[in-house]
Write a protein that binds this ligand. Structure first.
Ligand SMILES: Cc1ncc(COP(=O)(O)O)c(C=O)c1O
Length: 359
């Protein structure tokens, strides 16, 4: 065993990989550890549609000895029906992180450039690093709008990521501005709509208008299926054809395909869940503002809470000791904040009461 640990990785592993830190996801307490109220990774606090569990049971009953459908045809058809689009414009992934990886691998080569706003979802930078590419960070303006430099033409620029709503802010860039950005950019623009079901508008119909726009979705948040791992993207069929060559042959398993098809078909569940989350989000925002935090209006299932009069890490630590996990983030040159996921009513109350007590 000891011998196994004596490898000089520098002699074998690509230097880009040695140099990188690797993406660290939010804390996920393991079974057997202390049970927390989890408000740290923007999961949905409610149970997903029962149709999902029925679909999984029916598929499992048929057995799992065969490989799954490599292109998840049933999900592509469900997405096409929902948005009235061509199924050939849909690509499915093992969570949207898988799709973000496929996108980066398809478009961005060694030594090339990937652009992101800042601060934003930290994984994008790791994906660029794995490719040996550079990421260019364009800071948001103080009001979370984007400067025109976001669509500057730059040599070697191959791909731009724009999460909308953004994480950690929960803010949105209006659809018309996104179209303007895409039209001016010299490369594809990935609009990462992980949280769009909690917002007022989305960009899936823009894909038809501007073939540089690629929209990425996940079932982890609004469908309460983070444990399932399923996402899809919508793009010109020409792009999808190329990305099909990059993805793992069977990147979505049979149970996930059945479950995702059932989830996407249950619009009533989605609408009801969204209404609950939005009501709690309004209360969370109002209460955090009352407690003295600056909270930009959120269009996602979390809020971004900052304040200048005291440090925020002790609040995170106090909540953790009392069984509540939120996400503490400190972005260099930007500042720190607490990102709090919208929980069930009771969980959110618990969190608010503890913060009030701490202050
Ligand atoms: C902006 C953004 N995109 C993508 C993801 C990843 O979602 P998934 O669970 O589908 O991999 C997250 C997860 O937190 C996210 O915040």
């Amino acid at each position: 065993m000891q011998k196994n640990r004596n490898i000089h990785v520098e002699n074998y592993v690509r230097p880009e990989i040695i140099a990188m830190n690797g993406y660290v996801p939010g804390e996920q307490p393991k079974a057997g550890q202390q049970q927390y109220v989890k408000l740290n990774t923007n999961e949905n606090p409610y149970r997903s549609s029962e149709k999902v569990y029925d679909a999984i049971a029916q598929t499992a009953a048929l057995g799992l000895s065969r490989y799954p459908d490599p292109t998840a045809t049933a999900v592509r058809a469900a997405v096409a029906k929902k948005f009235n689009i061509d199924p050939d414009s849909v690509l499915c992934g093992n969570g949207s992180d898988d799709l973000l990886t496929i996108l980066t691998r398809t478009f961005v080569g060694n030594g090339e450039l990937l652009r992101l706003p800042y601060p934003t979802y930290v994984l994008y930078r790791s994906l660029a690093e794995i490719q040996g590419a550079t990421s260019e960070l364009v800071p948001f303006n103080n009001d979370w709008t984007l400067p025109d430099t976001f669509f500057d033409v730059a040599s070697k620029l191959r791909l731009v990521f724009l999460p909308n709503p953004n994480s950690p802010s929960g803010t949105v860039i209006p659809k018309l501005r996104i179209l303007e950005i895409a039209e001016r950019l010299p490369c594809p623009l990935v609009v990462d709509e992980a949280y769009a079901d909690f917002a007022e508008e989305h960009c899936i119909d823009l894909v038809e208008k501007c073939n540089k726009i690629i929209v990425c979705r996940t079932l982890s948040k609004s469908y309460a299926l983070a444990g399932l791992r399923f996402g899809y993207l919508v793009a010109s069929p020409k792009w999808v054809e190329q990305m099909m060559k990059v993805k793992d042959s069977y990147n979505c398993d049979s149970l996930a395909i059945a479950a995702a098809t059932a989830a996407i078909g249950d619009d009533d569940w989605l609408a009801e869940n969204r209404a609950k989350i939005l009501a709690t989000r309004t209360r969370l925002t109002e209460q955090m503002r009352r407690l003295g935090f600056d909270v930009p209006t959120s269009h996602a299932n979390f809020t971004w809470n900052t304040r200048k009069d005291r440090l925020l890490k002790p609040i995170y630590e106090y909540l953790k000791i009392h069984g509540i996990l939120v996400r503490y983030m400190d972005y260099p040159q930007w500042g720190e904040g607490l990102r709090i996921s919208v929980g069930a009513e009771e969980q959110t109350n618990q969190c608010l009461n503890l913060i009030e007590k701490f202050l």
